[in-house]
Each structure stands twice: as C-alpha cells, then as structure tokens.
Design a protein around this ligand. Structure first.
Ligand SMILES: [Zn+2]
Length: 264
C-alpha cells in the first residue's frame, strides 16, 4: 500500500508565485540569470482564475484526444523521455473555457522550457540511490504517434477516480495518479490549483514536475529544513513543515532541490 499512499495525493503538488515574489534571494538570482522562460518574473496578477468548484466538469466519456504534432527536444540530459499529451473527450464544459489537447500540451511543453524543470537536469545530474538513480539526467520531446515513453492525460475527476481506483489509488475527486507509464492529471485541480496555490499556473508546473518525477523514478521527499525550498517531490499541499512552496525540481541557479526520502 506504499504506492497507494504515495500516489493518491500526487495532485497536491506545489505552487510558484509565493517564492517567485516572496523570496528576494530567488528573485535576485532569477533576474541575473538568463532563462528561456519568462516565468521567474514576478507575476502579481495571475492570468488564470481558479474555476469555482460547482463549474468543474465531473465526467467525460473516458476517451482521449491526442495533441497534434511534435516538439523539438528540450534539454540536453542523458535520457530522452518522449511524452504524448491527451485530454479526455466528451466533456461538457458549460461555462468553463475548454482545455484542448493542444492547449494542455502547450502548458506542459512550456514547463520543460523552464530551466528549473527536469529538463534542466543536464547541468546537475542526480545520483540518488534511494530512488534508484545514478548520474541521471533527462531531455524531453513531445510526440503524437503510438511510440512514446510516457503519456500525460488530463481527465475529469470521475474518470481519474475510476481509473486510479482500479489500481488501488484513492484520488478523492481531486488528486492525480500515475499508472504505469500513464500520468492522469485531475481536471479539478488543473482548473482550480491547490489550496496552497498562489496561482493556477504555478500549480500546473508543480503537478507536471511532481508526476513526471514519479515516472523518472522519484518517490516522495520531505522538507529539508525550515525556510528551505520545498522539493518538487514533496506533497506540499499536505503540509509544508516550514518549507517554502516551490513547484520546481531545480533552483534558478541550477541546484537540485532535494529533501529527506520518505518511505511512505
Ligand atoms: Zn506523488
């Protein structure tokens, strides 16, 4: 049941703007460090408003549409991770702006374009025997064909609950899970962010990094110390334990944000 406990709360990952705007050290380093992404910049007014709970579509038809085309390889890490992006079909969006497969894919692609993501790992490969990793680093490429390493799906709470429960995971209508090489992202949290989130965008980066981190071999981590950045693999919305909320596996300076390995 270790995996059940570990994965059932996966959608509870992190957040960005708190430390983007709240930690002057990070801001300072960020400003001095060229980045392919604008996301380290302060963003006092997030563009995505959390969708009210009653408007979140609860069910789709269980089918999935695949994002078209492919992307260039992002990052220069040792292991190429090809990923396919899909969004559930048959969703009645009502007043909510529909999330298309291409739109979902664009968000994920953008996460890898940030050097603080796993795609920045070539600069600081990871050796972590507790996670089964030795000098590990990765690069990413989105594909749309039948050949892929991992599939990232955005699905309604009803579908996530059903598919994750079939594998023994309780996602409670809001969490995400990973089943084999399929990551199931819960539409509720995707539209709302997490309770500790300062922005929906930050949650997006956090949940993608967290769930992909599981695919890459990481288990959960704890807070390394009061006032430290929370590891991306920490279940941050279940308690920060003194850490600073953080959706990224690396700092703007390229250091891996790690913490004590949790066995449950
Ligand atoms: Zn997790």
């Amino acid at each position: 049941m270790l995996l059940s406990v570990a994965l059932s709360a996966c959608g509870t990952a992190p957040e960005g703007p708190t430390w983007r705007v709240g930690d002057p050290t990070v801001e300072q380093v960020s400003a001095a460090s060229p980045s392919p992404s604008p996301s380290p910049s302060p963003s006092p007014s997030p563009s995505l408003e959390p969708v009210p709970d009653e408007l979140v579509p609860e069910f789709g038809d269980g089918g999935f549409a695949t994002a078209k085309g492919s992307q260039e390889v992002i990052g220069t890490g040792r292991t190429l991770i090809t990923y396919r992006v899909e969004v559930e079909t048959g969703i009645e969006w009502g007043d909510v702006e529909p999330v298309t497969a291409d739109g979902f894919a664009a968000v994920i692609d953008e996460v890898w374009h940030d050097r603080r993501s796993w795609a920045g790992s070539a600069a600081a490969p990871i050796t972590a025997p507790e996670h089964g990793l030795a000098d590990a680093s990765w690069r990413f490429q989105r594909v749309s064909g039948p050949q892929y390493a991992v599939r990232v799906r955005l699905a309604t709470p009803g579908t996530v609950d059903a598919q994750c429960a079939a594998q023994g995971y309780d996602t409670g209508g809001k969490f995400s899970c990973k089943i084999g090489n399929t990551i199931l992202i819960n539409l509720r949290r995707w539209l709302q962010g997490s309770p500790i989130s300062m922005s929906v965008e930050g949650y997006h980066a956090g949940v993608i990094n967290h769930e992909m981190g599981h695919y890459l071999g990481f288990d959960h981590m704890g807070c390394p110390g009061k006032g430290e950045l929370a590891p991306a693999m920490m279940q941050q919305s279940m308690g920060l334990n003194g850490c600073i909320v953080n959706p990224w596996p690396y700092t703007v300076g390229g250091e891996f944000v790690t913490g004590p390995y949790l066995t449950s």
